[in-house]
Design a protein around this ligand. Structure first.
Ligand code: SAM
Length: 200
């Protein structure tokens, strides 16, 4: 098995276990809890999107000045900061890890972007997404599955959803782009638009 395949398998197994626990199907004590906060509300591990992929995701989103981007699971806030600086949009990040949310907010302060960027320490499954024009995701299939009903219920027409590496099952992408990773591995960016991408 390649290094990439191993990383993917680990990413998937962490996310699958987290979703089972969130759904109350598995106890966090049931031998799974090496990384305990994955097993409450955390639906994806903390791995930042590579900068060249962030650039492509933002370009794919076709952001216009004055629009609002939501990054669900914003990590260190790299997508928020780049979107605000380059595209003059508002950006909102939701992050379950207190440390990462504080790190992202600190970076926003340092860069003087507080008027444009807001970082919320919270659970994206419990956040109202209706103000978004663009949603960015780097989660996992299981997390995308958990999020999909919220996206379908709350996003307004013409909202774009851009996902790195993992598609939203049941939706049809408008476009996809393949990107090379640092190890020569291949990553995919998926662009969706509501409501056209939602299969009936
Ligand atoms: C793979 S990282 C992506 C980080 C960032 N979006 C980026 O592209 O660089 C996924 C992030 O989602 C966060 N996360 C996982 N479950 C979450 C939840 N239910 N609510 C908010 N954030 C969550 C993790 O803590 C992690 O920082």
């Amino acid at each position: 098995m390649s290094l990439r395949a191993l990383r993917r398998a680990r990413f998937h197994s962490i996310c699958a276990a987290a979703v089972l626990v969130s759904a109350g199907l598995v106890s966090p004590r049931a031998g799974l809890a090496q990384e305990s906060d994955y097993f409450t509300k955390k639906l994806a591990p903390s791995v930042g999107t590579p900068e060249h992929a962030v650039d492509k995701m933002l370009e794919a989103a076709q952001l216009k000045p004055g629009e609002t981007l939501y990054d669900l699971g914003c990590g260190d806030g790299r997508i928020l900061v780049k979107a605000a600086k380059k595209y003059k949009v508002k950006a909102v990040g939701i992050e379950i890890s207190r440390d990462l949310a504080e790190q992202a907010a600190e970076d926003v302060r340092k860069k003087g972007l507080e008027d444009q960027v807001k970082v919320i320490h919270g659970n994206f499954l419990k956040t109202d997404l209706s103000a978004a024009n663009v949603v960015t995701l780097y989660l996992a299939p299981t997390a995308n599955d958990a999020l999909r009903p919220n996206l379908e219920r709350e996003l307004k027409p013409n909202t774009r959803v851009v996902s790195y590496d993992y598609p939203i099952d049941g939706w049809s992408p408008l476009n996809t782009w393949k990107m090379s990773g640092h190890l020569g591995d291949v990553h995919v960016i998926y662009l969706y638009r509501v409501p056209d991408s939602i299969k009936k």
